[in-house]
Design a protein around this ligand. Sequence first.
Ligand code: SF4
Ligand code: SF4
Length: 488
Amino acid sequence: MSRMETTTQKSTEAKMSKASLYAERIRVYPKAVSGIARDIKWAVLVFCLTVYYTLPWVRWERGVGRPTQAVLLDLNAERFYFFNTEFWPQDIYFLTGALILSAVGLFLVTSLFGRIWCGYACPQTVWTDLFMWVERRVEGDRNERMRRDKAPPSFDRAWRKVVKHAAWLAIAFWTGGAWIMYFADAPTVTRDFWTGHAAMAVYGFTALFTATTYLLAGWAREQVCTFMCPWPRFQASMLDEQSLIVTYQGWRGEPRGHRRRDSDAKALGNCIDCRACVNVCPTGIDIRDGVQLECINCGLCIDACNEIMDKSGGAPWLITWDTLARQKAAAAGKRERLRILRPRTFIYLTALVLAVATMGVGLATRARQILSVQHDRAPLFVHLKDGSYRNAYTIKIANKTQSDSDFTLGVEKLEQGTLTLAEEGQRMPTLTLRVPADSIATFRVLAAGRPARLHDGEEEVDFTLRNNDTGETTTDSSVFMGPGAPVR
Ligand code: SF4
Ligand code: SF4
């Protein structure tokens, strides 16, 4: 190896050893803007926050002794109340269904409109927008904030920072407190909180959610969308050239340039290179660089550019909502139609309709009672004096209705089958069992009969349960054992 090569290699290694994987954050100072995208964002923000903060205070009458909160996840009682629907832990598959529904809905919306969820309705976006609004009220718009942050420390800067952070903390506290109210009766937990009678968990979780809201919406902001959230990583698989996204019409805008500064103004495109679109961007990117992972599709750059076009006399919508395919065609002087229904959107839509239909049918036909029968292990069976056999079972009945109910329990497929409550001893063809409203009751039941089809010492029997008030019937299968039953 020559001396020169060795020296070059050494200097390259030296440079590499100095290179750092850490990139310092470039602080973003988004400028205020007005326009159609901003108006939609305000409307969505007001709607989402109103629902979030007021929903726990909506009352819903369910009868004496029952929670009056319309939406409540009562962890102690193991119930989720959603207006007039009540979910038990056994209904967990509805949660799975709701998650699938949300995921497929998000896939469909993303394939149609890109990251529209991120730009308008994601909680991170909504709260960051709210925090930015506060910031502008206290510290002024972009230029004023930048100037003050660069200037030496002053009383003016200090009091504004204190007021801003105090307001952020107040909103974060309100947000954390509202979250707790979804898990406990809102008026009660509020009173207990301020009188010092709430559980430690209430104070702990309120503090936790206050801190996370303050940090994520106040400090982390666009970094959550760019670095922490996994969604931008795999949303690319849902987008295609037909997705409607925020696009810079390069064929119209380029070559960009300042009209007065650049001598050959006639050769320039519509973009006057004012960077207004960059200055309003909450993630600090330049949409003119094409589709980027950081872009949340909020459309604020559209508003900013439309303002500029209006002032500079250019045609509006230089930045617009459009598909890449249509833009490519427009650049070539052709026209291409918008294709909403295409294979991937059709698949997502079909999956969504199926999921909604399945959930709807599942909810409409949801059982209001559950029967669970478990055969006792010891003894497996008892030979009675009259020649019949007896087996013992643990019967669990869940009464999901809002009234105490009498249930009729019977046994089928067992020759001369009778039932006895273990503590009563009277053999009957059926038993009447009372179960309080909204609860689970356990009974020990003895079944006796003359099994006619014993196979390896056991045969299948069905237990039937009928609600005497509603007529709803449920069946659960078990086994009846006799001579030759396997030892377990
Ligand atoms: S580039 Fe435009 S649409 Fe994308 S995040 Fe920035 S302002 Fe929003
Ligand atoms: S706001 Fe419009 S004109 Fe100004 S730099 Fe952006 S694209 Fe160009």
